[in-house]
Design a protein around this ligand. Structure first.
Ligand SMILES: Nc1ccn([C@H]2C[C@H](O)[C@@H](COP(=O)(O)OP(=O)(O)OP(=O)(O)O)O2)c(=O)n1
Length: 152
């Protein structure tokens, strides 16, 4: 049987038999299409090689850089009240939203770099993990509940 691409598998998981996503409608938030983890890995690899920075990019250094960037995300949220942290972050200024986008990007860039430096095929690992999550949390058992799997 022909091997299904990651893209096809994701499409199957997110759509019903009519090809539409049962969990969303057209007006809901979506990402820009078609930026794969592999393309991020390649772009960043080029950026690093052009600067002769591979020597600094050990798995441990990249892991620490990623944690630092996660701290920068936490800083953008710290001391805000609940009403300022609602879905969509509509009360944030454009400047604050741009800053968040930059920090999230730094984390994603370092995450793909960390997977690359550890020779972990991240897209495959994500699909495998999603499958495991689905098996561990069957919809009929967990619907509407946020308990951990060992509490059912
Ligand atoms: N040795 C490095 C340094 C930077 N970068 C790349 C990956 C990140 O996307 C971004 C991080 O850059 P900075 O360390 O300058 O961090 P910030 O952009 O968060 O700046 P600041 O710390 O001033 O907020 O640059 C990298 O790959 N390797």
């Amino acid at each position: 049987m022909e091997k299904e691409s990651s893209k096809t598998i994701i499409h199957h998981n997110l759509t019903n038999e009519n090809g539409s996503n049962p969990d969303s409608n057209e007006s809901e938030f979506q990402f820009t299409q078609d930026l794969s983890l592999e393309s991020i890995r390649k772009l960043h690899n080029k950026f690093v090689t052009e600067r002769n920075w591979e020597q600094y990019h050990s798995p441990r250094n990249i892991m620490m850089a990623m944690v630092g960037e996660i701290g920068e995300i936490a800083e953008l949220f710290q001391w805000r009240n609940d009403s300022d942290c609602q879905v969509g972050l509509h009360s944030w200024t454009d400047e604050q939203r741009n800053a968040l986008g930059e920090e999230l990007s730094d984390v994603l860039i370092y995450l793909t770099r960390l997977a690359d430096r550890c020779h972990i095929d991240l897209p495959k690992a994500v699909l495998d993990k999603m499958k495991k999550n689905e098996e561990k949390y069957p919809i009929d058992k967990v619907f509407g509940s946020s308990k951990k799997y060992n509490m059912y």
